[in-house]
Design a protein around this ligand. Structure first.
Ligand SMILES: CC(C)(COP(=O)(O)OP(=O)(O)OC[C@H]1O[C@@H](n2cnc3c(N)ncnc32)[C@H](O)[C@@H]1OP(=O)(O)O)[C@@H](O)C(=O)NCCC(=O)NCCS
Length: 179
């Protein structure tokens, strides 16, 4: 087996990158159910589906990214945008890499692309949030250079948590990274 080398910001192999379109909505919905390792059960899957409505593919497509294999099947995606309210900030709303494609530099390549878009638009920081029980996401964002913002409490593993951040029972971890 040959070892793949990661070039920062570059996709490995014969994967291709483009902006998503509304026609991609149905397969993103399938990915949001199947790519999160069952996190949160059926309720978690529904929450994720509702967090990526079609509007992101209609109105935030220019700053969002979709990765396909040569046969045009979905490999990965990133939904992000430039803050309208804070001219210093860009925001990553969702990222997913198919389970069989992880650990191959795709997630970091998508982030590097988004960072470049944000810098070009004059943004000086990127923000995002995740659910405290998504330990992989917390580890990944730390590895990608994000700082965890102080919360209302720290959990058993010392992760700062913002309680009820998105409503009752919807705790979140908040990340920020300077560009
Ligand atoms: C999180 C996710 C996007 C990472 O994508 P990926 O393509 O596997 O990440 P990469 O291969 O680019 O890894 C980038 C770096 O992060 C590290 N990393 C990735 N996942 C990690 C994890 N679970 N724990 C620790 N480090 C991790 C990698 O080791 C790599 O570091 P390195 O450069 O020192 O080798 C992917 O695992 C995923 O889609 N998970 C399910 C969906 C999800 O939780 N999304 C995030 C919340 S919306």
């Amino acid at each position: 087996m040959t070892e793949r080398t990661h070039v920062p910001g570059q996709l490995p192999g014969d994967l291709t990158l483009r902006h998503p379109a509304p026609a991609d909505h149905a397969r993103l919905q399938v990915a949001l159910v199947g790519w999160w390792d069952g996190l949160g059960g059926e309720a978690g899957a529904l929450q994720r589906r509702l967090l990526v409505p079609r509007l992101f593919l209609q109105h935030f497509a220019d700053t969002s990214l979709l990765v396909e294999r040569p046969d045009r099947t979905l490999h990965a995606f990133l939904i992000g945008f430039l803050s309208q309210s804070d001219p210093a900030t860009a925001y990553i709303h969702f990222v997913g890499v198919c389970p069989e494609g992880r650990g191959d530099g795709v997630g970091s390549a998508l982030y590097e692309r988004f960072f470049a878009v944000a810098r070009a638009a004059g943004r000086s920081q990127v923000r995002c949030i995740t659910s405290p029980d998504n330990r992989n996401s917390v580890a990944y964002h730390r590895r990608m250079g994000f700082r965890l913002e102080p919360g209302d409490r720290t959990d058993a593993e010392g992760v700062p948590v913002h309680e009820d951040y998105d409503g009752p029972g919807l705790d979140r971890v908040s990340f920020v990274r300077e560009l």
